[in-house]
Ligand binder design. Structure first.
Ligand code: URA
Length: 218
């Protein structure tokens, strides 16, 4: 079965994890993507943002949130009073999943499924264990499912602080023991703002959810 677990070195720091992730073959996505897009930001960050997967620009540049959704996220963070450089930014899935349509060179985003989310989760857990953030923001349904399991629903659970399971038990609730490892605030994905017809209202809701996370750190 597909699993990044065997590629994740034990007791590794973020630099070692990033190097190992570059060679991950834990699922099939590495075959077509340019490369692994690992998380980025200070190891001492109090806030971790988890997106879905790299997009076209992120895949080309090897960095998370450098495309259109990333620029919108940057503006929203600023409005919510969160300094982007102080945050650890990563994705639930670390390779770009896409399809190509006939006669077009464009690569079209495809949502990762349970197979890729589950396969890639060991990298996310290793990042959480290293950074040990007080607050995690789940950007969209894929991030929410990666962190909280398949029953997660953005519409029902966004904008309210939820307990973050102990990091080692994320994706394996039967292993859960001990107190929650901080809080999770879920919200929509920034590309949902870009696609929304009523963009201003949807953007305001996004900034408001990020503000909930910001105030948990006050
Ligand atoms: N969307 C994401 O979820 N992550 C990125 O890194 C870029 C766009």
């Amino acid at each position: 079965s597909q699993d990044a677990g065997p590629f994740v070195p034990g007791n590794a720091d973020l630099t070692e994890l990033r190097e190992a992730a570059a060679g991950c073959r834990g699922c099939a996505l590495y075959e077509r993507a340019t490369g692994t897009v690992f998380g980025e930001g200070p190891a001492a960050a109090r806030l971790m943002l988890v997106g879905e997967q790299p997009g076209d620009q992120e895949d080309r540049q090897g960095k998370p949130f450098v495309g259109p959704a990333g620029r919108l996220l940057g503006r929203a963070l600023e409005e919510a009073g969160i300094e982007r450089d102080a945050v650890y930014l990563t994705n639930a899935v670390k390779h770009f999943k896409f399809t190509c349509k006939e006669g077009s060179k464009r690569r079209f985003h495809q949502s990762p499924g349970a197979t890729e989310i589950n396969a890639c989760r060991p990298w996310l857990v290793a990042e959480l264990e290293n950074v040990s953030p007080e607050v995690v923001v789940a950007l969209g349904a894929v991030a929410g499912r990666a962190l909280l399991g398949p029953s997660f629903r953005v519409t029902r659970q966004r904008g309210v602080p939820l307990d973050c399971p102990p990091f080692a038990s994320i994706g394996a609730p039967e292993k859960a023991q001990g107190p929650p490892a901080g809080r999770i605030v879920a919200t929509i994905h920034p590309s949902a703002v870009l696609r929304a017809p009523d963009r201003d209202a949807v953007y305001a809701g996004f900034v408001s959810d990020l503000g909930v996370a910001a105030r948990l750190l006050d």
